[in-house]
Design a protein around this ligand. Sequence first.
Ligand SMILES: *[C@@H]1O[C@H](CO)[C@@H](O)[C@H](O)[C@H]1NC(C)=O
Ligand SMILES: *[C@@H]1O[C@H](CO)[C@@H](O)[C@H](O)[C@H]1NC(C)=O
Ligand SMILES: *[C@@H]1O[C@H](CO)[C@@H](O)[C@H](O)[C@H]1NC(C)=O
Ligand SMILES: *[C@@H]1O[C@H](CO)[C@@H](O)[C@H](O)[C@H]1NC(C)=O
Ligand SMILES: *[C@@H]1O[C@H](CO)[C@@H](O)[C@H](O)[C@H]1NC(C)=O
Ligand SMILES: *[C@@H]1O[C@H](CO)[C@@H](O)[C@H](O)[C@H]1NC(C)=O
Ligand SMILES: *[C@@H]1O[C@H](CO)[C@@H](O)[C@H](O)[C@H]1NC(C)=O
Ligand SMILES: *[C@@H]1O[C@H](CO)[C@@H](O)[C@H](O)[C@H]1NC(C)=O
Ligand SMILES: *[C@@H]1O[C@H](CO)[C@@H](O)[C@H](O)[C@H]1NC(C)=O
Ligand SMILES: *[C@@H]1O[C@H](CO)[C@@H](O)[C@H](O)[C@H]1NC(C)=O
Ligand SMILES: *[C@@H]1O[C@H](CO)[C@@H](O)[C@H](O)[C@H]1NC(C)=O
Ligand SMILES: *[C@@H]1O[C@H](CO)[C@@H](O)[C@H](O)[C@H]1NC(C)=O
Length: 592
Amino acid sequence: MHSKVTTQILTICVLTICTTALWPLPLNYTHGSTYLWLSPDVTFSYQPNSGVNLTASALYANSTSQNATNYKASTGLDSYSIVQAAIARTQDELSNDGFVPWKFHPRNSFFEPPSNVSYRTITNVTIQQNSTDPANVLKPLAGAVDESYSIVIAINGAVMINAVSSVGIIRALETFSQLFYTTADGSSVYTNLAPVYIEDAPKFQYRGLNMDIARSPFTPDDIMRTIDALAYNKFNILHLHATDAQSWTLQIPALPPLADLGAYMKGLSYSPGDLENIQSYGAYRGVQVIIETDVPGHTAAIGLSYPDLVAALNVQPGWSNYSAEPPTGQLKLNDTAVYDFLDKLWADLLPRVYPFSAYFHTGGDEVNANVYGLDPTVRSNDTKVIQPLLQKMIDHNHAKVRAAGMARVVWEERLLEWNLTLGADVVVQTWQTDTAVANVVAKGHKALAGDYNYWYLDCGRGQWIDFSQSTAEAAWPFSDYCTPTKNWRLMYTYDPLAGVPANATKLVLGGEVHIWSEQVDGVNLDNMVWPRACAAAEVLWSGSKDASGKNRSQITASPRLGEMRERMVQRGIGAGPVQMIYCTQNGTQCTL
Ligand SMILES: *[C@@H]1O[C@H](CO)[C@@H](O)[C@H](O)[C@H]1NC(C)=O
Ligand SMILES: *[C@@H]1O[C@H](CO)[C@@H](O)[C@H](O)[C@H]1NC(C)=O
Ligand SMILES: *[C@@H]1O[C@H](CO)[C@@H](O)[C@H](O)[C@H]1NC(C)=O
Ligand SMILES: *[C@@H]1O[C@H](CO)[C@@H](O)[C@H](O)[C@H]1NC(C)=O
Ligand SMILES: *[C@@H]1O[C@H](CO)[C@@H](O)[C@H](O)[C@H]1NC(C)=O
Ligand SMILES: *[C@@H]1O[C@H](CO)[C@@H](O)[C@H](O)[C@H]1NC(C)=O
Ligand SMILES: *[C@@H]1O[C@H](CO)[C@@H](O)[C@H](O)[C@H]1NC(C)=O
Ligand SMILES: *[C@@H]1O[C@H](CO)[C@@H](O)[C@H](O)[C@H]1NC(C)=O
Ligand SMILES: *[C@@H]1O[C@H](CO)[C@@H](O)[C@H](O)[C@H]1NC(C)=O
Ligand SMILES: *[C@@H]1O[C@H](CO)[C@@H](O)[C@H](O)[C@H]1NC(C)=O
Ligand SMILES: *[C@@H]1O[C@H](CO)[C@@H](O)[C@H](O)[C@H]1NC(C)=O
Ligand SMILES: *[C@@H]1O[C@H](CO)[C@@H](O)[C@H](O)[C@H]1NC(C)=O
């Protein structure tokens, strides 16, 4: 089938049809079917175009964090060091992925470069950056950094990568690494796709995973492994839902009891050093880590150390009148002591996360009005009484976040249910309905998509609540509120722009896929998130529609996703299989 250097079949797969390698699908990807070896000593040379300064970036500029300042001084994080680190990772992947793609070729067929023909070898890769990085290159507001890139692999083995920014180079190197396979004897690395021509850029500028690290403890390694997997899929945001009713995970040196008493166990929390390590790990991979401290709801864990600040703390029995999950409790709404507490929290936390984050998430979901009937500083569950108090609290908090230099993100309820007035630049994260994105942009706000009916990875696992003998019958078969499981095909059909008028699509920054952790911990994390989150990655990078405006084809996506899963497994991510091998070995038999 594949034989000589001179025979090449050009496969054109502009915007859509392409069943070979690469996830998410590039904007423009054409390839042939000629083999090239990759030299084990392949070199990467990183060159600026004339006038481009690779040592000019200053990720940590304006930081008030002593540690961040030290970090910059000790590592000199600039375009050059970002890209050198990405090159080192790419070389490691190319040598160690060890991905032998037998599952994607007919049973017992031979698909490797035949040994009686000699093929050209890629010995060096030239990388050119054609613009100086902006100072905020690793913590941009959505759209502030150009992630576009191009890759050309000529039939003679010459390779040229071009990008506007160092983050674009990170994306390009990820794509490059996915074009190569290892021979079954493990001795050599090759591509069967030369010549390759790729021109790529993301459809959406904000492509994230929301990870609930409060309900279940995760190690920094779990989070960093997740960052790796996000980078493989060209996500650029990891949103850590860092605090909730059940546990307070962030050590706040100005308020030591918060984590000492609020974590599930003393020490089961993130030190400032841990958080900085996680954030800088993300920065090196083009994954901005943003932190959420959810207030005023979901705060019962604060009551473990500061019980006087929390209303309706741990009401039992009858918790379901006051919150969606036990334990109940919300910050008191009209209490100067709560404001004093928040000011200490913000003064400690915000300057520490600012060096790595353009955004800070202030939560605001599921505020329960009944709680304030029990709040001695309010004594009313009337939304007309509560609304101005919520407004006052958010205005206060957002002034602090703004002063700390970050844009604010909030859950949709603040805008759509409480009708709060938000700063014009506040980003509203939707989750409850498939009309919420359109409703948010209709109010002139920037929106993040992530409807739970499509993009909640935790759904469909069944209840985690235990039912008594009297409640069990009605609850049988114990499905959770968002059952069924959101399979990758369903996730793949979700369009962040659905229902959004053309003149408002620019307000849709992108979206997040969500992993809530009531039934997830480090043991099943990878399998719960991957490969399903890959489907969201492709929607956010490539768009949910193909060139003809139709939903993307599952038939061409499925084998590509299967390949991506294998590659992720080789890189240490415990992603589940997409299909049985019977299907992937012959890409047409499992089709309806
Ligand atoms: C993709 O690349 C081909 C080959 O250079 C070019 O003809 C085509 O216009 C490009 N399409 C897009 C959508 O950029
Ligand atoms: C690049 O920027 C750095 C930091 O601003 C500066 O020290 C250096 O002189 C610049 N190099 C060139 C070649 O302009
Ligand atoms: C630092 O502050 C200056 C002046 O306020 C601003 O122009 C610059 O963009 C800031 N840099 C970063 C990385 O935030
Ligand atoms: C793939 O499946 C088709 C349809 O059943 C069959 O005709 C073909 O022989 C199969 N090819 C291989 C390589 O198994
Ligand atoms: C290489 O070997 C294969 C099978 O052994 C044969 O079909 C093919 O013609 C050979 N090619 C050359 C160029 O000798
Ligand atoms: C810079 O690189 C981008 C990405 O490859 C490309 O689209 C653009 O045309 C390049 N610009 C210049 C001036 O070379
Ligand atoms: C780089 O690769 C090109 C194309 O394969 C080749 O012509 C050139 O000799 C290589 N340069 C070095 C320094 O290896
Ligand atoms: C600073 O970094 C060190 C590790 O280098 C860490 O132990 C410490 O907690 C950090 N302190 C702050 C305030 O971030
Ligand atoms: C307020 O409390 C009353 C009496 O318990 C209840 O009927 C009403 O539904 C509550 N209102 C809200 C908004 O929860
Ligand atoms: C809030 O507290 C102040 C001071 O205690 C009080 O005067 C005011 O009536 C309270 N507001 C509400 C809505 O309860
Ligand atoms: C917010 O506005 C909606 C739509 O007008 C209304 O249904 C809702 O009651 C309002 N909420 C509050 C807290 O005023
Ligand atoms: C889009 O157009 C409609 C109708 O002209 C207008 O009401 C709306 O404000 C526009 N939206 C944006 C975001 O410009």
